[in-house]
Ligand binder design. Structure first.
Ligand code: GUN
Length: 285
């Protein structure tokens, strides 16, 4: 029977440490770290994610502000907002929630965020630095996944075969790079891959981020594999579920992250950590 790894528990521990850190800053009369999240439009999933981020900041005592803009916001208007946040010295982290409405070029916005405030790690400069294994902001979901692996004693992935299903800019692509940096042998699968089930079933570590409810059943999973489920889906009964059929694979895996309470809480926690890191870089310059 596999061990269920609750990201929510790891997150709780890390948030407690961050709460103490911020409390100490407060007691010494210092400026506090601040995150600004920009939400454009009314995408229900985005609203829910942004609320989660707001709640987490408040929980640990971090300064935070939500900038809510209408669906009809133009690219120029959003660029102006980003510019003023770049220039605001009280702001340590800027996150523009994706996806953006179709009239806005996502790349233009991500390029416009000051790389020193890019706590999402989405700016090409920071992605390039990660590739070169230089100190930088690492995208929150991939960073959270690596932390989960570390928590179960898998810091060095030498000799391990990791299979990543999904090639998004937010999760799959940066994750592949991070896994390589941790010495894993990495295969990437996506919608155009042939024999995907066969590739997946060779994984020591199987990481799935495709957004398809319970796509992965026991035939995709090698005996004793570690399974990390990044998907957040609603099934036909409107119940939250991952990309992995948890009940079907649980007796076959060594470790598995559940949905909810798995990767999701770690993503938010890494965002808080990146914001504190940005604050420290500014304050200790
Ligand atoms: N949309 C879904 N996940 C993310 C994320 O990690 N960051 C941003 N900015 N948008 C997202």
């Amino acid at each position: 029977m596999g061990v269920v790894v609750y990201g929510s528990e790891i997150a709780k521990k890390l948030k407690l440490e961050m709460t103490e850190y911020i409390q100490n800053l407060k007691e010494s009369g210092k400026r506090l770290p601040k995150l600004v999240v920009v939400l454009v439009g009314e995408n229900p999933a985005s609203i829910s994610y942004v609320k989660g981020k707001e709640k987490a900041c408040t929980e640990i005592g971090m300064e935070n502000e939500m900038v809510k803009l209408p669906e009809t916001t133009t690219q120029e208007e959003l660029l102006e907002v980003v510019k003023s946040l770049n220039e605001d010295r009280s702001v340590d982290g800027i996150l523009v929630q994706l996806p953006l409405p179709k009239q806005i070029d996502e790349h233009k916005i991500l390029h416009a965020i000051d790389p020193s405030k890019d706590v999402d790690g989405f700016h090409p400069y920071n992605l390039g630095k990660m590739m070169l294994q230089e100190e930088t902001f690492i995208s929150c979901t991939p960073k959270g996944i690596i932390r989960i692996l570390e928590e179960i004693g898998m810091s060095d992935l030498s000799g391990k075969h990791a299979v990543v299903i999904g090639r998004s800019n937010i999760v799959g692509k940066p994750l592949v790079q991070l896994l390589i940096n941790h010495n894993a042998t990495v295969s990437v699968c996506h919608s155009r891959t042939q024999n995907i089930e066969q590739v997946a079933s060779q994984a020591d570590i199987l990481i799935v981020s495709v957004g398809k409810a319970r796509l992965i059943n026991r035939n995709w999973v090698k005996d004793g594999a570690v399974v990390i489920d990044v998907g957040i889906n609603r099934d036909e009964h409107n119940k939250l579920c991952g990309d992995v059929d948890f009940d079907d694979v649980i007796d076959k895996v060594s470790y598995i992250t559940p949905v909810p309470k798995g990767v999701g809480p770690m993503t938010i926690t890494m965002l808080l950590e990146n914001t504190i890191h940005s604050y420290n870089l500014k304050e200790n310059k």
